[in-house]
Each structure stands twice: as C-alpha cells, then as structure tokens.
Design a protein around this ligand. Structure first.
Ligand SMILES: *Cc1c(COP(=O)(O)O)cnc(C)c1O
Ligand SMILES: CC(=O)N[C@H]1CO[C@H](CO)[C@@H](O)[C@@H]1O
Length: 357
C-alpha cells in the first residue's frame, strides 16, 4: 500500500491527498513519519490563544508551505473559525458532573459536528484543484454530513467556480431539520437530492457512479468535469479535527498544564477518535481515547477482543445514525498507527479480513 509510506503529511501531493481522497492502491493516506511532536514550551504558548490562532500553529506544522503557504492557510483558517461559529471558543468545554466535562461540537453554522472539519476542508480542496478541470463532489449522507458539506462548499464564494456539489440523502431517513437544512440550500454550486430509499442505497449509488465509465466519460468530454468526494476518509477532513482536542481546561484553571485527560468519543467512521490519537501523538496530554458505541458496537468489540469481523452483524438503525456504521474506514489508519507504520501488514489485513474493503 503506497498509502502507508506516504510523505510527511501532504507535502508534494496536495492534489492526490485532498482531491482524490483515496490512494491509487485503494488505501488511505497517512503521514509518513507520524505527526510532528511539539515540546511543552510550544504547547504553553497555545494556552492563551484563540481557536483560529491555535489551529494555525498546529496546522502549519502539518501542511507543507509549498502546498499551502502560511498566508493562505491563515486566511482559510480565519474564514473557517473566525466568526462562523456561535461560540467564540468554537468547541467550548462545559462542566458536566464531578470531574467530567463535555465538549460542545455543535456551534458550527449547521449545528453538525462535521462543521469543525467542513468549514475548512472545502477551502483546502479549492486551493488544491488542478487548473484545467471542473470537479463534481458527490456525497451520500445519513444526515449530519450533508448540511455541513453544502454549507462548507457553498461558502466558497469565488473559489467555487470549478466545484459543484451533489448530496444524496434518504428522503425518509433524516430528521425534518436536516431535510430542511439540505433542501433549503440555495447556493449556486451545491444541491441536495432526496432519494426514496435508504442510506446504503445512496452510498452504493454514489460508488457506482464513480465506476460507471459511460457517466464519467460523458462528464469529462462534455463538461471537462471529474467526480470527487468529500467523505470522512479524506485526509483534509481528519486533519482539522486534531485542533479541538486542545481545550481550554488549562486556561480555565480546571487542570494544570500537562495534566492528562481521558477523551470519550462516539465513533462511527472512527474519524474523530483517530484525530484524538493523532493529537496525542503531537503531544496533547491525552491519557485514554475511549471509543463509545451503541448496539452497532463493532469498534468497541474490536478494542475489547482484537477481532474485527462483520459477519453476522447486521446494522441496526438507532436514533444516532451518525454512529450506525459497521465498516469503520479510519480503523485502517489506527492499525497503521499501532503497527508502527507497517504498510504491508495493513494492506494484508485489509485485503484478507472478511467483508473489509
Ligand atoms: C459524524 C458523527 C459521529 C461519528 O464521527 P466519526 O468521526 O465518523 O467517528 C458521531 N457523532 C456525531 C454527532 C456525528 O455527526
Ligand atoms: C459558511 C459560512 O457561513 N461562511 C461565512 C463565514 O464568515 C464569513 C465572514 O467572516 C462569511 O463571508 C462566510 O460566508
């Protein structure tokens, strides 16, 4: 898997990593040498900064300036987090009970946690677009992702010239609010399509469109347009989420600098949990990353038993569709991480494990 031997973060391949999403061998992109580790002295400097300032310091270390210059990155980050969140802290931490705190990830423009990544990702996407083509971003969503994708890509303004977005959602499978958020979206380049079937059908159909050479050929020849996607395996969706693990508990005097906390994260595609693992690798004092599941507990079982087997595990829908996921794509990144970057092993495991792709 070339994916597992890829360069220090996205240096030199921004187009592949941000636009294509998936490596040519079917694997996921990961940083070749892990994340840059920061010293205590540097972390201390971040304690009193605003969210966008902290994001800039962290992401500058993860994105090579030849891919995105420091100035461009600053502009993007401030556009994403400077004023569009209803809390200045962006992801404020509130006291719950005793030593328990809850981080509010719903202050973005669509109230979806996905806003944390999707206010920034489309800007990186537009920045990395090759000169000659138009791009049509296809997304299947069970709810949360759709509105955040539409808002993020819709907010590109002039940068959206060559990017169109189509979101497919199950007409009966999303909440009324989500449906209104998606269908009410009137921006020129982004549209939502309600489908009279379930999420699986939407996702399968999007995948089929990518493989349908009649369609892709027609789009290419007639419209100079290439299909792309913005789903959660995209590196540019994962990377911005590393930032919110730097919370204000130190600033608020709740813990002292360097004191570790456990983070408990509801996991679907294991994106946010993986970001926590990366944040820890960068030096954020996290002790345990706890993976929370509902009855679709394939991830929780994997961590308990070391086995990841989807056979005989039908998906049971719940009131939390965002974590009703069995194929947790980012688990591949986790296995890569804990195997010390053994790309061959990851490739083998993920080709041979039953029902894993
Ligand atoms: C997307 C989402 C999740 C799952 O996040 P992953 O990064 O895919 O694990 C959990 N909860 C909510 C509310 C979400 O929107
Ligand atoms: C998506 C969104 O709401 N974007 C807005 C963020 O804020 C800037 C101004 O600070 C607006 O220009 C964007 O439209």
């Amino acid at each position: 898997r070339t994916s597992c031997s890829w360069a220090l973060l996205v240096q030199g391949r921004p187009h592949d990593v941000v636009i294509e999403g998936l490596a040519t061998d079917g694997g996921l992109y990961v940083p070749k040498r892990g994340f840059p580790n920061m010293e205590a002295r540097e972390w201390l400097r971040l304690v009193d900064m605003s969210y966008p300032e902290r994001a800039l310091v962290l992401l500058e270390k993860c994105i090579h300036p030849s891919d995105v210059s420091a100035l461009d990155l600053r502009t993007m980050i401030f556009k994403a987090y400077g004023s569009n969140f209803s809390s200045e802290a962006v992801a404020p931490v509130k006291h719950l009970d005793r030593n328990q705190y809850v981080q509010e990830l719903f202050h973005g423009p669509t109230a979806s946690f996905k806003d944390l990544a999707l206010q920034l990702m489309p800007q990186l996407f537009a920045h990395c677009l090759p000169q000659m083509c138009n791009y049509l971003v296809l997304v299947a969503t069970s709810g949360d992702t759709g509105s955040a994708v539409l808002d993020g890509f819709g907010g590109l303004g002039a940068g959206a010239d060559r990017t169109g977005v189509l979101v497919f959602f199950p007409e009966e499978g999303v909440s009324e609010t989500q449906k209104l958020q998606m269908t009410g979206h009137e921006d020129g380049n982004a549209r939502a399509v309600g489908v009279r079937s379930d999420f699986d059908f939407c996702q399968r159909s999007v995948k089929r469109m990518f493989g349908e050479s009649g369609l892709t050929g027609h789009l290419a020849v007639e419209y100079g347009t290439v299909l792309s996607t913005a789903n959660s395996i995209n590196w540019a969706r994962l990377l911005p989420q590393v930032v919110h693990f730097l919370h204000e508990l130190v600033q608020d005097g709740v813990i002292t600098f360097g004191e570790p906390v456990d983070v408990c994260i509801p996991s679907g595609n294991f994106g946010n949990a993986m970001s926590a693992v990366y944040a820890k690798q960068m030096g954020v004092p996290i002790r345990k990353v706890i993976c929370a599941s509902n009855h679709n507990r394939v991830l929780a079982d994997f961590f308990a038993t070391g086995e990841y087997d989807l056979r005989g595990r039908p998906l049971t829908p719940s009131r939390s569709p965002a974590i009703d996921i069995l194929k947790s794509s980012n688990l591949e990144r986790f296995v890569h991480h804990v195997s010390d970057g053994d790309g061959r092993l990851v490739g083998e495991l993920f080709t041979h494990v039953p029902l894993l792709t």
